[in-house]
Structures are given as structure tokens and as C-alpha cells.
Design a protein. Sequence first.
Length: 365
Amino acid sequence: MAAAQETLTPPTAVPATVAPHKELRSQVSLTLSMPAGAQSLLVVQALPPGTSYQGGSSRWNGRPLPEPASTPRGLVWQVPVERAPSGVLTFTLSHAGALPALGTPAVAAGYASGLLLPVSGTPDLAQLGSLSVAVPAENASSIRLPLDGSDVQVRDAVNVTVTDAGPEAQALMVNGAPVPATLVGEEATLTGGGTLRTYIGVPLRPGANLLQHGTDQITVYRVGPTEALELSPLALIADGRTPLRVQVRAVDASGRTTNLSTVTVASDRTPTSPDAVPGQTGHQLRLEGGLGVLEFAPQSRAGEVILTVSQGELLRTATFPVTTERTTVGVGVLSATLGLDGSLSADDLSWQARASLETEVGVGT
């Protein structure tokens, strides 16, 4: 987002010289969209000198968020996908006088594989990697593994670990059918009682598979071959400094991300992303876990990006608009409180300004 300067104008009845030494509070709003397949967003906002973050003020669509981490490059918020795939991140800053200009936030998307990809600005991916939302080691249910919602690539079977409160085994069900006890390959007694069992090579069908054990259930997905290539705009703002970014995603027939490693790119613009196979005809974009971000040089004027990606017989063409940056600033209510003696003087004034700085980060889908 472009730096925005907000000016707070006091009421005419109050001397303007009073305001500078009073604390002002401004609410900042960032509109964000989660890229397809992402599990979380990491948002980095540098604070200008003279401003400070108000503890406990972070909200995602009005719901409280954990406090941001403090790093040399600014505050870092983590927004998990279960909190909604798109919405508004708000937080409050304290400052004296007018709210200083805020720089463009840097945004990265986190994926279940641990991959981090840039979305907006220039996020430090190495630094953010240590702050990204941790993937749990196991489920908090009697079905310990595999993780709920996980993808099974290449194989058509998976190992399943369950726990039983006693020595008797409850039936493990997959898509409504019982799993034979002959598939139990490991069994151990847990400290404090209970039994841990691992079923080896439990068959899965393509797509979603429902696993049930007692009253607990999870869903895992058997990922099939790549059936389509998806293109999603991430940052297509003509501000003269932010790289244009488009996410490339390889998916199977169910829309799950596959493990395709490269695609061939053709565009009316020259990509700045590294060519994964320089000796091969065309620009090759490397994908990690079926995901990649294609970058182009920053643009200062509105226009469009015409893009084609292909792999074998698969081909996807799209045209995306490149628009000028959209930033709006709205100022809320300024208030002055009367002194206890009923008169209004400079010493009695208590100032609070609620200014809303709203910006749209990235384009999203």
C-alpha cells in the first residue's frame, strides 16, 4: 500500500496547539485474501517512529487474534485459515499528532508442507519460517495419525495409528467399512494404561476418505495425478515498487494440490522468477509441493498480464488486470471532555482520535 499521511484537524473551538502533546489512537485495517491451498497468512507491518502498538487490539474479522511477534522488520501477525479465508485484520496504534505514513505490509502464505511463499511486499521468508504456524505432531483424538485434513501423495494406502482406553480394540472404519485386524502391524501399551495400535497399509480411494474410530473421525485425501493448472493473482498493483505476483497451483480431479515440480511459462512480460531449467525451451517455473509464485518486474502504470502455463498436455491461459494502488483513509470522531468544574480549558482536554487507515493488500481470489 502506498504511504498514506493522515491529518487530524481539531475542532475550531479548541486551540490547535493543545493536540500535539496528547496521545492519539488510530485503528489500521488491512483487507487480506488467503491464496488457494494456503493454511495461514503471515503479515509483517513496520511501525513508523513515534507510534506504538496497543496490546490486545488485534482482530481478524472482529475476532481476537494472538498478539503479534516483534521482529527487526516489524510486527508479525499469524492468521490461520480456519479463521476465514479472507477478511480484515485490524489493530490500534498510539501516536502523538498526526498518524505518520505507514509502509506497505509484507505478506507471506504458509502451506501444510511448511512451504512459505511471498504474497505482497518483500517478506523475509527465512525469518518468517521460524514464526510460522506450527503443524501439530498428531491429532488430539484417538486417531493419532495421519493428521486430519492431510494429503497422501503417490501412495494409495496409509498407516493409521489409534489408541484404545483398554486392551480391547475398537473397530477402525474407513469410508464406512471396517479395516481388518490383520493390518495391525504394531501394538504397544501406553504409560498409564491404554493401547496404541498402528494399522499398516490401509487402502484409500481417490479423493476424500473418512476414518472413524469410536466417536472420533478425521478426513484424509488421496491425491491423484495432476489434472489442471490454476492461476491466482496475488499482487498486481501498479505502484512502481512491488513485484507483480501470480500463484501457480497444480491440482488433481478433486482440487487437491499435487506434487508437480515444474511448469513452462509464456507471457507478454518477462518473468523475473529464476528459470528452473535454463537449458530447456521456454521459461520453467519450479513448483514446491505443486505450488509456485511467478514474479514480474514492478509496474508504474495500469495494464494487464497475459499468462500461459503448461505441462505436457495441460495448459492454462489467463489475463489479469494490473491496477493502480487503492488506499483510502477515513477519520473518525475527535472528542474533547469537559473538566470537572464545568469549564473547558487547555488543561482539561482529554483527546482521543480514532482514525481508520484501510488498504487492500494483494488481489487474491
